[in-house]
Write a protein that binds this ligand. Structure first.
Ligand code: C2E
Ligand code: MG
Ligand code: MG
Length: 601
């Protein structure tokens, strides 16, 4: 075997050497050829140098399968001077000879019948170790290029990268990604130990202020110090696997694998709070921090990493809401309540469109003779999953998300339609309908226009409609609400103040508004419910209120009249109208006619 052959040059097509340009001067052409030769030589030199110093172990192999030239990296890998590898059978160096199928494939590449061979082979390295290596053989002019990649090294590199990717550079703790991975594994493997997992999800109180006032460097040092204390606390748990992670910002988590019960998780939370209570001395600053911790401890089966994190998130929120610097244990009931609130809130709007609401009516009875004068319309949600829901479950939600406007409009239209029907059925004994109006309906919708349109559509006389607003809705009324009240009053619609006595109870102010009725809150009547302990104070107050209201030209309706004795006292005091279970619970519209002592047609 002679010296190494020419190194493979890049496949550059020299136009003039293949298709001589006959139009140009022959002298020019020979100059050109010289230049090209020089360039080829330079290219070859460059490629040889690159081959020699490349980190990837490589060898040029002749068509006979013998090494023509090996580079330094291959020499280093195999523990030999690269020159000494010359003329050796390349297949034996990298274990291609051992397998018959591989041998055949290798022969195909050598013979130029195949484009490439790539396989993973055990390669004996210089130090006696056997490496797992990826061997690639591909044809080049004059032979094949063989390269060997140490997969172990690649694996190590990958591990290093993974470590960087999975850890937080500030605290050196596992980060969110690793935490989730470990949590999922913990859930999968829980059956091998106690079958339970515990989690403390923690957030520093007021960390942002420290960061903002003392700077990020101090902030980062504080986070590192906190990480250290958390790691100590977790280590004291002893038996089992624990993982402390930084989930981002000032949020940390301690995962307890093989948890022994809520007791373990809450005492861990307790010890974390105690550990963080000791002040931190950082760069001459003495810092005090506290933390809020959401604790979730549960059986692993039937739970997911996302499920547990959602629970932890909710619980942490409770801990914050309950006053911070504390731990709170996940409470399924509290959560169910939150979930239904959410579920209800998000479906309210469609529910109005789908017509899932119904109205019940509760009689308003004249105290003097017990006759039914009017009815209050009370809305209920016939929910497809949760059954019949009372307004206390959804009115505040509807106010929060604004769907009260649509809902209120529906209630108004439906009550007016029903009242008009009663008026037609019993023209001699009219029944007014009293409809609750939420604050937002006054502010966020054109209540006056809605009422006018509905009265027009249904044909209900305005005097058979009463609107109930709360004190807070009309107090301090200026601008829009006040204009609305006046416009409604002028239309002939009556205004009642609902739940009177629970708010400002500013009668003098109310009397200046176009209000005609006070609905005395149920708590007054409850106040003198007990026969054994009649509460003269309440009775005196109610009596004074009624007298004052009358003097100001207002009528008074008492809510929550539950027994005859209350009714009697209210009547004596001078209440005009009563509403309550004594007379009737809220009922379906068909029952109202019966309550009036007549039969519906
Ligand atoms: P409210 O306007 O003060 O209605 C009276 C509430 O007292 C009704 O509760 C009624 O069922 C209840 N009640 C009646 N008699 C008695 C009694 O003798 N004893 C006791 N303990 N309670 C009695 P409900 O139907 O649960 O309605 C609660 C509140 O929801 C209403 O209080 C009202 O503020 C609101 N609401 C009801 N319907 C609507 C509506 O269509 N729109 C708006 N914005 N709010 C409504
Ligand atoms: Mg009411
Ligand atoms: Mg009321």
């Amino acid at each position: 075997m002679g010296g190494p052959p020419e190194m493979p040059a890049p496949t550059v097509t020299h136009r003039d050497s293949l298709t001589p340009d006959l139009t140009s001067d022959p002298r020019d052409r020979s100059d050109q050829r010289d230049q090209n030769d020089q360039r080829d030589k330079r290219d070859q030199r460059d490629y040889r140098a690159a081959f020699a110093i490349a980190r990837l172990p490589m060898a040029l192999v002749g068509r006979d399968g013998r090494v023509l030239e090996a580079n330094r990296a291959l020499g280093a890998l195999l523990g030999a001077d690269p020159v000494r590898l010359n003329a050796l059978a390349a297949a034996e160096l990298v274990g291609l000879h051992a397998d018959e199928r591989l041998r055949a494939e290798y022969a195909d590449v050598l013979a130029g019948r195949s484009e490439q061979l790539r396989c993973t082979r055990p390669v004996r390295a210089r130090d006696g170790r056997t490496l797992r290596a990826e061997v690639t053989v591909a044809p080049v002019p004059g032979g094949v290029l063989l390269s060997v990649e140490d997969l172990g090294e690649r694996h190590e590199l990958r591990e290093q990268l993974r470590h960087l990717r999975m850890h937080d550079p500030v605290t050196k703790l596992p980060n969110r990604a690793l935490f989730f991975e470990r949590l999922a594994t913990a859930l999968d493997r829980a059956a091998e130990s106690t079958g339970r997992v515990g989690l403390c999800y923690l957030d520093l109180d007021g960390f942002k202020a420290i960061n903002d006032t003392l700077g990020h460097r101090i902030g980062d040092r504080l986070l590192s110090a906190v990480a250290g204390r958390l790691t100590d606390c977790a280590a004291r748990l002893g038996r089992g696997h624990h993982l402390v992670a930084r989930l981002g910002g000032d949020e940390f988590a301690v995962l307890v694998e093989g948890s022994t019960g809520t007791g373990q998780a809450t005492s861990l939370a307790e010890s974390v709070l105690a550990a963080l209570q000791r002040p931190f001395d950082l760069a001459g600053q003495r810092l005090a921090v506290s933390a809020s911790i959401g604790v979730v401890e549960r059986e692993a089966s039937g739970t997911t990493a996302t499920g547990i994190m959602q629970a932890a998130d909710t619980t942490l929120y409770w801990a914050k809401a309950d006053g911070k610097a504390r731990w709170t244990l996940f409470d399924p009931e509290r959560n169910a309540h939150r979930m239904t609130r959410q579920a209800l809130s998000s479906t309210l709007r469609q529910a109005v469109e789908r017509g899932e609401f119904v109205l019940e009516y509760q009689p308003l009875v004249a105290m003097g003779n017990g006759s039914v004068r009017g009815v209050e319309a009370l809305v209920r949600w016939q929910h497809p999953h949760f059954g019949l829901l009372g307004p206390n479950r959804f009115i505040s939600l509807a106010e929060e998300n604004g769907s009260i406007v649509q809902l209120g409009r529906w209630v108004l239209a439906e009550s007016c339609r029903q009242a008009r029907q009663w008026q037609k059925d019993y023209p001699d004994d009219p029944l007014f309908v009293s409809v609750n109006v939420a604050v937002r309906q006054v502010w966020d919708s054109d209540l006056v226009a809605d009422v006018a349109e509905i009265l027009d559509d249904t044909g209900l006389p305005p005097e058979l409609l009463q609107l109930e607003l709360t004190e807070s809705a009309v107090m301090g009324s200026a601008g829009r609400p006040l204009q609305a009240l006046h416009a409604l009053h002028e239309m002939g619609v009556r205004i009642a103040i609902d739940d009177f006595g629970t708010g400002y109870s500013n009668l003098a102010y109310l009397s200046r508004l176009p209000v005609s009725t006070l609905k005395l809150d149920g708590s007054f009547v409850h106040g003198f419910r007990n026969d054994q302990h009649p509460n003269p104070a309440d009775e005196t107050i109610v009596e004074a209120l009624v007298q004052l209201a009358h003097r100001l030209g207002l009528t008074v309706t008492a809510e929550c009249v539950e027994n005859a004795e209350q009714a009697e006292r209210l009547r004596r005091i001078g209440c005009d109208t009563g509403q309550g279970w004594l007379y009737s619970r809220p009922v379906a519209p068909e029952r109202i006619a019966e309550l009036k002592g007549r039969q519906a047609p």
